[in-house]
Write a protein that binds this ligand. Structure first.
Ligand code: HEC
Ligand code: HEC
Ligand code: HEC
Ligand code: HEC
Ligand code: HEC
Ligand code: HEC
Ligand code: HEC
Ligand code: HEC
Ligand code: HEC
Length: 427
C-alpha cells in the first residue's frame, strides 16, 4: 500500500517536472538580444497565459537540453518564420474551431479567411512582403487580447499601427496610395471623439475597413459603412435623387460631401450657394442650388431663433428668475434643429421645413416665457423699490420720533442749578 502511494507520488512529480520543462525558455533566457527578447516579452502574451510556449509556434523539442536536439528540423523546428508563412502559422490554431472553442466558445475562427480577401492578404499570397500580415498588426511574442488598452489593435492605438506603413511615403508610393491617411484622420471629429473623450463608439481605422478584410469600401458601399453608425442619414440618402446619380458618376456617397478620413463638424456653411459643398456641382439658379439655399435659410432661421430665446432665458436665469421649465422646453427646439440637419440628406426643402416649423413654434413659446420672466422681474423690482422707500420713510419717522422723545426726556430730567442763568423757572 505504502509503496503504491510513493510510486504514484513519484509519477505525479515526474509528470509535473516533464510538463514544466521548457528548454527553449530556459536556454533562451540566458542568451543575448533578439534571442532573449522573446522570453522577456512572452510573459505578457495571451498564448503564454493559456499555457502555450515557444515550440507551439516554432516546433522543436522542449524536453531536450541540447541546442541541436531541441532545435532539430527533424522535430519540426522552424527558426526564422518567413513573412509569407505567418498567416498559415497562426491559422493552424485560429482556423481550428474545435481547438479554439475549448479555450473560448465564442472566439471567431475566420481571421485567415477574411484576411485572404483583403488587399493585404491577396498581395502576401502573391509574395509581396510589404503588406501587413498577422504580426504587423498584433505584434509577436507579446500578443495581447484585443480588449487590452496596450494591444496595438486597440481602437486608440490602431491608427499608429496602420500608419507604420500607411504614413511611410516610400512604401505607399509604389501602390499609388496616399501617405496622409493618418494625418487626415487625426483632424477628424471621429478621432477627436475617440482620443479626447474616449468615446469608443467613434470609428477607428478598422470600424470602416474591417479588422481582417481590410479593403477600402467600394463606392456603392460607402453609405453602408458610414450608415452602420449614422443610420438615419443613410436611409435618407438612399431614398434621395443623389444615390443613383452618384453611383453612376462613381462618386462615393457620404464621402463626396464629408470626406472619408478628414470628416469635419458640418456647418450650415456647407449649404452656402456660393462657397458651399452643393456649389461644387449646382449653380445657384439650378434646382439643386435653390434647394440648398432654401434649406440654408430654414436652418439659419431656426438657429438664430434658438440663440435669441437662449439669450433672454439666460438673462432671466442669471437674475434669479425661475425659468427651468422653459429651458427644458428649449432643448426640444434644439432637437428639432438636429432633426432638420439630418433631414438635409433628403435634399428636399419640405423635408427640412417640417422640423424647422416645429422648432420655431417652440422658440416662440420659450422666447415669450423669457420675456414674461423679465417683465415679472421688472414688476418685482418696482415693488421692491416701493417697499424700500416705505421702509426708509418708516425708519426716518422712527428716528425723528426717538430724537424728539429723547430731547423731551432730557429737558424733563435736566438738573436745576443755582446759577440757572438760562432757565426761565430758576430765573
Ligand atoms: C541550449 C540552448 C538552446 C535551446 C535549448 C534552444 N535554443 Fe533556440 N537558439 C539558441 C541559440 C544560441 C540560438 C542562436 C544561434 C542559432 O541560430 O543557432 C537560437 C536560435 C533560435 C531561434 C532563431 C532562429 C534564427 O534562425 O534566427 C528560434 C526561433 C529558437 N532558437 C527557438 C527555440 C525553440 C522553440 C526551442 C525549444 C524547442 C529552442 N530554441 C531551444 C539556443 C537554444
Ligand atoms: C504565437 C506564435 C509564437 C510563439 C508562441 C513564439 N514565437 Fe518566436 N516568432 C514567431 C513569429 C511569427 C516570428 C517571426 C516574426 C517576424 O516576422 O517579425 C518569430 C520570431 C522569433 C525569433 C526571431 C527570429 C529572427 O531572427 O528574427 C526568435 C529568436 C524567436 N521567435 C524565439 C521565440 C522564443 C524563445 C519563444 C518562446 C519564449 C517564441 N519565439 C515564441 C512566433 C512565435
Ligand atoms: C491589418 C491589421 C490586422 C491584420 C493583418 C490581422 N489582424 Fe487580427 N485583428 C485586427 C483588429 C483591428 C482586430 C480587432 C480589434 C478589436 O476588436 O478592437 C483583430 C482581432 C483579432 C482577433 C480577435 C478575434 C476577432 O476576430 O476579432 C484574433 C484572434 C486575430 N485578430 C487574429 C489574427 C490572425 C490569426 C491574423 C492573420 C491571419 C490577423 N489577426 C491579422 C487587425 C489585424
Ligand atoms: C497553438 C495554437 C495557437 C497559435 C499557433 C496561435 N494562437 Fe493565438 N490564440 C490561441 C488561443 C487558444 C487563444 C485564446 C483564445 C481566447 O482566449 O479567446 C489565442 C488568442 C489570440 C489572440 C487574442 C484574441 C482575443 O480575442 O483577444 C490574438 C490576437 C492571437 N491569438 C493572435 C495570434 C497570432 C497573430 C498568431 C500567429 C503569430 C497566433 N495567435 C498563433 C492559440 C494559438
Ligand atoms: C506592414 C505594413 C502595413 C500595415 C501595418 C498596414 N498596411 Fe494596409 N497596406 C499596406 C500596403 C503595402 C498596401 C498596398 C497593397 C495594395 O493595395 O495593393 C496596403 C493596402 C491597404 C488598403 C487597400 C488600399 C487600396 O485601395 O488598395 C487598405 C484599405 C489598408 N491597407 C488599410 C490598412 C489598415 C486599416 C491597417 C491597420 C489596421 C493597415 N492597412 C495596416 C501595408 C500595410
Ligand atoms: C469613417 C470611416 C473611415 C475611417 C475611420 C478610416 N477610413 Fe480609410 N477609407 C474610408 C473610405 C470610405 C475610403 C474609400 C474612399 C473612396 O472610395 O473615395 C477609405 C480609403 C482608404 C485607403 C485607400 C485609399 C487612399 O486614400 O489611399 C487607405 C489605405 C485607408 N483608407 C486607410 C485607413 C487608415 C490607415 C485609417 C486609420 C488611420 C483609416 N483608413 C480610417 C473610410 C475610413
Ligand atoms: C463606428 C461608428 C461610426 C462610423 C462607421 C462613422 N461614424 Fe461618423 N461619427 C460617429 C460618432 C460616434 C460621431 C460623434 C462624434 C462627436 O461626438 O463629436 C460621429 C460624427 C460624425 C460627423 C460629425 C457630426 C457633428 O455633428 O459634428 C460626421 C459629419 C460624420 N460622423 C460622418 C461620417 C461619415 C461620412 C462616415 C463614413 C465615411 C462616418 N461618419 C462613419 C460614429 C461613426
Ligand atoms: C450632397 C451632400 C451630402 C451628402 C451626400 C451627405 N451629406 Fe451629411 N451633411 C450634408 C450637409 C450640408 C450637412 C450639414 C447641415 C447643417 O449643418 O446645416 C450634413 C450633416 C451631416 C451630419 C451632422 C448632422 C448633425 O446632427 O449635425 C452627419 C453625421 C452626416 N451629415 C453624415 C452623413 C452620412 C453618414 C452620409 C451618407 C449616408 C451623408 N452625410 C451624406 C451634406 C451631405
Ligand atoms: C458631386 C456633385 C454633387 C454635389 C456635391 C451635390 N449634388 Fe445635387 N445633384 C447632382 C447631380 C449630378 C444631380 C442630377 C442632375 C441635376 O438635376 O442637376 C443632382 C440632383 C440634385 C437635386 C434634384 C434636382 C432635380 O432637378 O430634381 C437636388 C434637389 C440636389 N441635387 C440638391 C443638392 C444639394 C442641396 C446639395 C448640397 C447639400 C447637392 N445637391 C450636392 C450632383 C451633386
Amino acid at each position: 500500500m505504502k509503496t503504491i502511494m510513493v510510486a504514484s507520488w513519484l509519477a505525479m512529480l515526474m509528470s509535473i517536472c516533464l510538463a514544466a520543462k521548457d528548454s527553449c525558455v530556459t536556454c533562451h533566457q540566458g542568451l543575448e538580444g533578439v534571442q532573449s527578447d522573446p522570453v522577456r516579452k512572452f510573459t505578457n502574451d495571451i498564448h503564454h497565459r493559456h499555457g502555450f510556449s515557444c515550440a507551439d509556434c516554432h516546433g522543436g523539442d522542449p524536453q531536450r537540453d541540447d541546442a541541436d536536439a531541441a532545435m532539430s528540423p527533424a522535430r519540426g523546428f522552424r527558426g526564422k518564420i518567413p513573412r509569407t508563412a505567418v498567416p498559415q502559422l497562426c491559422a493552424r490554431c485560429h482556423s481550428d474551431a474545435s481547438l479554439m472553442h475549448k479555450y473560448n466558445p465564442r472566439q471567431r475562427v475566420d481571421q485567415l479567411a477574411q484576411y485572404l480577401t483583403s488587399n493585404h492578404g491577396k498581395r502576401l499570397t502573391a509574395g509581396d512582403t510589404a503588406v501587413a500580415n498577422c504580426v504587423d498588426c498584433h505584434g509577436v511574442h507579446d500578443i495581447r487580447t484585443t480588449k487590452d488598452p496596450l494591444s496595438p489593435v486597440h481602437p486608440l492605438r490602431l491608427p499608429e499601427t496602420c500608419a507604420r506603413c500607411h504614413s511611410d511615403a516610400a512604401r505607399m508610393e509604389k501602390y499609388k496610395l496616399s501617405p496622409t491617411v493618418l494625418a487626415d484622420y487625426q483632424t477628424s471629429v471621429h478621432w477627436r471623439a475617440l482620443a479626447d473623450r474616449g468615446d469608443l463608439s467613434a470609428p477607428s481605422c478598422a470600424s470602416c475597413h474591417g479588422n481582417h478584410g481590410a479593403a477600402p469600401p467600394h463606392v456603392g458601399e460607402v453609405a453602408a459603412v458610414c450608415g452602420t453608425c449614422h443610420v438615419m442619414m443613410e436611409d435618407l440618402y438612399r431614398g434621395s435623387p443623389h444615390k443613383p446619380i452618384f453611383d453612376d458618376m462613381g462618386v462615393a456617397g457620404c464621402v463626396a460631401c464629408h470626406e472619408n478620413h478628414a470628416v469635419m463638424h458640418p456647418t450650415p456653411e456647407l449649404l452656402n450657394s456660393e462657397s458651399g459643398i452643393c456649389a461644387n456641382c449646382h449653380d445657384a439658379e439650378s434646382a439643386g442650388g435653390k434647394t440648398a439655399a432654401g434649406m440654408a435659410k430654414l436652418i439659419g432661421e431656426l438657429s438664430s431663433q434658438i440663440d435669441r430665446s437662449k439669450a433672454i432665458l439666460d438673462r432671466a436665469r442669471r437674475s434669479g428668475m425661475e425659468v427651468s421649465p422653459a429651458l427644458l422646453r428649449q432643448t426640444e427646439a434644439q432637437e428639432q434643429l438636429v432633426k432638420a440637419r439630418v433631414a438635409v440628406h433628403a435634399f428636399r426643402v419640405d423635408a427640412v421645413g417640417a422640423p424647422v416649423q416645429e422648432g420655431l413654434a417652440i422658440t416662440r413659446e420659450t422666447y415669450t416665457a423669457g420675456l414674461s420672466a423679465l417683465e415679472e422681474l421688472d414688476r418685482r423690482r418696482t415693488g421692491l423699490l416701493f417697499s424700500l422707500v416705505a421702509i426708509g420713510l418708516t425708519i426716518l419717522g422712527l428716528w425723528l420720533w426717538i430724537r424728539n422723545f429723547e430731547r423731551k426726556k432730557r429737558s424733563l430730567t435736566a438738573p436745576v442749578t443755582s446759577s440757572g442763568s438760562g432757565d426761565p423757572l430758576g430765573g
